[in-house]
Design a protein around this ligand. Structure first.
Ligand SMILES: CC[C@H]1O[C@@H](n2cnc3c(N)ncnc32)[C@H](O)[C@@H]1O
Length: 482
């Protein structure tokens, strides 16, 4: 499949839309002009993009949970509770796994089973099956903006229905919902399918409705160095901007070292702006989101609140526009309503206590400079491989191991680069794989890892990576030898 980083022509897009809306019966209820009118009827306080811009201007960090249950009324009850008892500034609708795989028949069965057994038999909200009317019931029942959160490689129909249904923010992208979520789907396919999502977003924008787009920041959520997730986020932002998207939230998954995480969020917004301006997209508003720890969680709830509090601290001190909140049930599975609200209140308390404080020091500036150099090296190499076309370039970059996501299940991912923590817990590169780093960056990472090895009186080895993967679940950050 030939891809290029070019806005999809109108006639071609209209033809594609006809095919997409036939993928499930609920697609027939989507009418673009009617949907635009519905959005225009919504009050401003339900506009996700506007609420993010206000928070950015006021230097505030908004809090948002993950949440989704199969029954519409139960989902509304859950989201109302999280808004009221959890003090959520923004609300999600987390989509179920069948819908993410376009398996709408199984999702339908899951809805029926949930009704028959009076309990959730899906792990999220099956928005395609509930259709436009079902989505609007949610939007009409709540008083804060709602975002679609999922992990869908081919999200075209889901986008059509949830946009028409009144959602004003949408997570995902052709890289971030492929490498961590797929085994065998070619990058070209997901890049193309997400150009559709972004073209539809651009169409709403051109008709006066600004819908926020959020590439999925954490990727595999396991020891992903900032330069890897930054490169993916920046490239997805560029691809979205080409299709007409004007409001983008770029994200990053907390890694655990305070300095590195704050440096990551600060440089993420700056570098995304830099590349958007560099390639001529001068009217895109960029905000940031920190995802609280995405790795293994302690089962003990008090310790889990410790991890949530650290993530809240990093989001607040980094002045992230938004933080995605974890719960004390993370180690066991989908949280109860009460646990989800408790994670939110814990986060709100920390964010409020730090909102008037600034964090600045020389170590932070050094770390920011390292991340800038690393990220530019990856993104620029992808442009070079694509001979100026970043859609082509990112596919070739993944294939060449230039953009290499640690522990990604996708066959296309090289999986040669190996991360490990340094003596202070910052994520560094133990094995460079095919990263196109210069000698200075290679030496920096080598020295940081060797410093840890000396402190732990052991050789640099793959065992460090294994120890780090299991550390947090054992209450540590750095996987020290026994
Ligand atoms: C990206 C993975 C994260 O999404 C969370 N998650 C997935 N589905 C749901 C769900 N339906 N409700 C609440 N949290 C959820 C999960 O607990 C994990 O923290």
């Amino acid at each position: 499949m030939d891809i290029k980083n070019k806005k999809i022509p109108e006639a071609e897009f209209e033809q594609l839309r006809k095919e997409v809306l036939l993928q499930w019966p609920t697609g027939k209820d989507v009418n673009l002009e009617e949907a635009i009118a519905y959005h225009k009827s919504l009050p401003e306080h339900k506009d996700f993009a506007k609420k993010l811009i206000k928070a950015k201007n006021e230097n505030r960090t908004l809090i948002e949970p993950r949440a989704g249950v199969p029954d519409i009324d139960e989902h509304i009850k859950l989201l109302k509770y999280l808004e009221k008892e959890g003090e959520a500034d923004l609300l999600p609708t987390t989509i179920d796994s069948y819908t993410r795989q376009n398996r709408y028949t199984e999702a339908e069965n899951g809805i029926n089973e949930s009704i028959r057994l009076d309990r959730a038999m899906l792990n999220g909200f099956p928005a395609v099956n509930h259709g436009v009317a079902g989505c609007r019931k949610i939007i009409d029942s709540l008083d804060v903006p709602v975002q679609v959160r999922h992990g869908t490689p081919d999200a075209r129909l889901l986008t059509e229905i949830t946009y028409a249904g009144g959602f004003t923010s949408y997570e995902g992208g052709g890289i971030s919902y492929n490498l961590p979520y797929c085994k065998n789907v070619p990058m070209e396919k997901t890049i193309r399918d997400w150009q559709y999502v972004d073209r539809l977003t651009g169409l709403y924008e051109e008709m006066g409705i600004s819908i926020n787009r959020e590439p999925y920041g954490p990727l595999t959520g396991t020891l992903v160095p900032p330069f890897v997730s930054h490169a993916a986020a920046i490239i997805e932002a560029l691809l979205a901007a080409e299709q007409g998207v004007k409001n983008i939230t770029v994200g990053y998954g907390q890694c655990g070292n305070l300095i590195q995480d704050i440096a990551a969020i600060r440089t993420l917004e700056e570098l995304t702006d830099e590349y958007l301006q560099k390639y001529g997209y001068n009217d895109v508003i960029v905000t940031t989101v920190l995802h609280q720890w995405m790795g293994g969680f302690p089962a003990d709830e008090a310790k889990a609140f410790g991890v949530i509090s650290l993530g809240s601290t990093i989001a607040a001190l980094a002045k992230a526009t938004k933080v995605i909140v974890k719960t004390p049930h993370e180690a066991v599975g989908i949280p109860t309503m009460a646990a989800n609200a408790a994670g939110l209140r814990c986060t709100k308390q920390v964010v409020n206590m730090l909102s008037d404080q600034q964090f600045q020091n020389n170590e932070l500036e050094v770390e920011k400079d390292i991340i800038r150099k690393e990220t530019r090296c990856i993104v620029d190499k992808c442009f070079e491989l694509g001979e100026g076309d970043i859609a082509v370039g990112v596919c070739r970059g993944v294939e060449a191991g230039v953009l290499d996501v640690p522990f990604a299940p996708c066959r296309a991912n090289a999986g040669l680069m190996l991360p490990a923590r340094d003596h202070n817990g910052a994520v560094r590169v133990l094995n460079m794989g095919n990263l196109p780093f210069g000698q200075e960056l290679k030496d920096f990472h080598k020295e940081k890892i060797e410093e840890r090895a000396r402190a732990e009186k052991r050789d640099v080895s793959f065992q460090m990576v294994i120890d780090d993967v299991y550390a947090i679940g054992k209450g540590r950050l750095v996987g020290r030898p026994r």
